[in-house]
Design a protein around this ligand. Sequence first.
Ligand code: DGJ
Length: 733
Amino acid sequence: MVKDLIIYDEAKQVFHLTNGHISYLLAVEEGKTLASLYFGKAVKAYHGQGKYPRVDRGFSGNLPGSLDRTYSKDTLPREYSSAGEMDYHEPATIVRQLDGSNALNLEFVDYKIQAGKPALEGLPAAYVENDDEAQTLTVVLKDQLTGLVYNLLYTIYRDVDIIARSVKVENQGQKEVYLEKVASMQLDFVAKDFDTISLPGAHVNERHPDRKPVAYGRQVFESRRGTSSHQMNPFLALVGKDTNDFNGEAYGFNFVYSGNHAISVEKDQLDQTRILVGINDYNFSWKLAPNETFQAPEVLLTYSDQGLNKMSHAFHEIIRERVVRSEFKHAKRPILVNNWEATYFDFDEEKLMPIVDEAKQLGIEMFVLDDGWFGHRNDDNSSLGDWKIFAEKFPHGLGHFADYVHAQGLKFGLWFEPEMISYDSDLYRQHPEYLMQVPGRAPSPSRNQYLLDLSNPEVVDNIYHQVADILENNGIDYVKWDMNRSISDIYSVALPADQQGEVYHRYVLGYYRLMERLIQKFPHVLFEGCSGGGGRFDAGVAYYMPQIWTSDNTDAVARLTIQYGTSLAYPTSMMTGHVSAIPNHQTGRQTLFETRGAAAMSTVFGYELDLTKLTDAEKALVKDQIKEYNQVRDLVVNGDFYRLKSPLTSNQAAWNFVSKDQNEVFVASFNILTAAQPVFTKTKLYGLDPNKNYQNVATKEVFGGDELMEIGLFDPVIHQDFTAQTYHFKVVD
Ligand code: DGJ
């Protein structure tokens, strides 16, 4: 019999979700209030009384109509709070009602425990392949006056330490309401001294881990850019003071959403910490008529008692195995060459063919044609929205060029930016109303381009047909889906005045709908997400596209921090990396070809330079790299990834990938700046079987797993900046 993952103690009104590794406990307290009881390392069972100690505290009031001064919603650790309850923290939800009030009193009324995990309508979410993998608890809270029902969903997975939370609001009342804030989760911790680790960044500088103490007051990690953004990724960790990659407690929160998000952390008068994760309430208001429902996106939560690597591991597993749906999830992703940094807009069929020929010679498996193949696009000032072939560049049609690429034995990939429109486009001339803009105000350009109003289903339909037509008729094997600006000028002509607060979220739903239609229609096409690199690098996108261009910054040294930071929340199977030319186009830095290879090989691998300009020695290195990557590519996509050394705190970076059976290991280690008098350093591996022996495939030397992990390998002393080593080990008897 399959063991239950969720137990309800009816007498104590305590729910216990546990998979034997982690436990999550919630209780119904006085006033039918749902309280947070515990989240952390698993306990077998809960025998406590399920009640918090009662204390009479000044300025924290009590339940309406009660004479008990020792119980307050303001001091109780809660699971889901609302405005108007005498809880002075930031609430999880705010609802404006027709009488102008915004108070709710969400009381526990019911619960349901079911096998498996329900899908979330219109939204990306983790899934199950069979119902034994997980169980889902739905706790039903109701506000009697408005008839609003909040279904809090909690799914616990059996074999991965993940709890997925989301909220579905139903209007069972008689009147419409306006949802002004609906967090997807709340969790209140009793006094704990936390640090936050967030992933802020910028274009060409994404996801640099930032660690700081949780201080009194409230701090919000958010995006108001309409996308998950380069500037603040929708991920946060709450960690102990001593937590590092290997030791200590870490709570991870990963929001499966690609739009405006807000993660709020608030430390209060009793040193309690409240975390809220959800759609940003900035410019958000959702009209909910009687009998309508609103589904808030999902948050993935994990707890680790062994540092950040274990936290990341849970996210890597759930995203790779149960968020990504593509048939390419475990497959060899083709080693590609992309023409962007090779040619930018300056290309035509004649110029590209020699690059394709060279790619074939070198063993590259796919040619990707980037921006500039459509409309009359010779720079970034025109043609977005016109997904028609630029005849001047492809006089015989794109299909003809695709045939040429295929004839060389390569796959053919194509770039799109489906969410955008240029003033100089036929689409704008025919449908100016598709361009998102506030009536009477000129919209703001960014890269001289504008947003299509994807909140309008008619626009989604138009773009779907244009893109589908190209995919259908030109032998396209891969799509790079770009988005090169943040959203602004929020307004939709398709919505009435009192629903304009829905546009940000409806835009994201339109984007999801567009992708869903395309991936359903073209299941054999490999889709890669991109937003000026990693401007929309989130688990929501992973539901539609298994890989994302990590950053427009292709400099190997800059990539160390970007990839290190990204790996906190996302698997390496989701990241792509390319070897590019030097001086690097973003930083001007000169690095060795080998170093560029080692950084890019730590992700889904490719090239982005003019192959026809390589020297013979460089061509030989490309062949070596492809040979090496062929041996380790399965580890990079499907193995367990562990960070070994942080480029944030040292002059080095290192990580290793271990096969699931612990029989194979790939290590990449980097020394950033050299020194005249270098100290000896070592790279200690992680996640190996201490009892197995591992042979270095290149040198044939044999080491014990324990030896590699405890003693490690001396890093070579090289008097040169920006050096890298890679090692590939296989188990021997
Ligand atoms: C931004 C992308 O990240 C680049 O790789 C390239 O595709 C350009 N856009 C093209 O405009």
